[in-house]
Ligand binder design. Sequence first.
Ligand code: AMP
Length: 453
Amino acid sequence: MCGIIGVFNNKRSAELATLGLFAEQHRGQESCGMAVNSGTTIKLRKKMGLVKEVFNPHKLDFLKGHIAIGHVRYPTRGASSIYNSQPHIVETLSGPSYALTSNGDIVNYAELRKELEEKGVYFASSNDGELLIKYIVYHVEKENYSITDAIKQLMKNVKGAYSSILATKTEMYTFRDPYGFRPLSYGKTKEGTFVVASESCALDILYMDWIKEVEPAEILICCNNDIKSIHQNPNDFRETKTNRHCIFEHIYFSRPDSFIFGENVYKVREKIGSQLAKADDLKPDAVVPVPDSSNFIALGYAKQKGVPFEFGLIRNHYVGRTFIKPEQTIRDESVYQKFNVLPNFFEGKKIVLIDDSIVRGTTIRKLVKMIKEAGANEVHVRIGSPPVKFSCFYGIDTPTREELIANNKSIKKIREFIGADSLKYLEIDDLRKTVSKPQDYCCACFDGNYPVR
Ligand code: AMP
């Protein structure tokens, strides 16, 4: 998973893009980068690390220009290395320079890369963003396509998820795959700056005059002081009749203050909690979220049940992501570093502990143990999603199927493994009730129904 930002028509484009990337840091903490158009050339800075470490004011002095595109990376395709970080740039001998940043994952990556390599195109990384830029540049430079036609050609042949921004020295192109897997919004400030971002929370902080979502298969062209939209029928480019937004963006990935796929994320999460509560006859003393991702789900559950919502667990925000640590023992220890119990809170209580998902089972198992050791009488676990049984091929970093606990164990066995007094997951039909257009969602990680392979 990743976050992208594009700023067009502002002398301080790099500063604004940095602010946007800060707001999207939750979408990727491994590396970040920015390409800025200085008028004559595109300057690039990318490094492993967080936005605040990579883009301090001193570094921004170097990145002057009126178009900036940026990226925060959370690796899915390609190893954790600076070569796989974004943006990718291409400088051509004839003069034009291109930069591209993308969020998603390409399903037919290997096949398309081989085709381009056979035509003499060189690849420096194994990242899908590089495939997209090389695909476009090849068609523009070698086959004389316009950039817009090259993007349309890409939509016909590149399968998978991509919410992308391409910058040239004078223009900025934004495009989203025909399924609309990943979120992408854009807006304009009162001063006339166009900004595109994965999530609306990144636009909010830049004081936009208006904000819209980029439609599936839509292409936006920012040129001079204007923005032009090319609306296309997504059905001309896809195998399904409806969109396939990633439901996991609502469950876990996006920030609760974002508006994506036509919904407020926090409201969907509250509805998830309320659906969980409706399907449950438990009467707990307190509802405790696994912070922060499950806060709104637990709130929805507590409101529906009329029981107290309590922050019994405190999260240390300075511990990195436990999920992507390479070894199980390190992941186990990281959970202990990341969460602590409130002293004297759990003693004698019957607790409902709410998390958004169980993937390998690492987090919830440690937390149940911790809460029991803190004196709770009963710990009942409720999960705001159905069992994750299938890997994602569209940009969420799920482990291989073999590592997914729900693929290997029954719910009864998972309950025993995590040591909970009871365990319930959200039913998939109840999950669908939490969004206004359920037919527009991809739930492949739960039902194995992959829209494109
Ligand atoms: P696990 O500990 O392996 O069962 O993973 C589940 C925990 O990780 C939950 O607390 C989720 O909030 C979080 N989580 C779920 N999916 C992801 C993901 N793709 N990347 C990072 N964290 C995740």
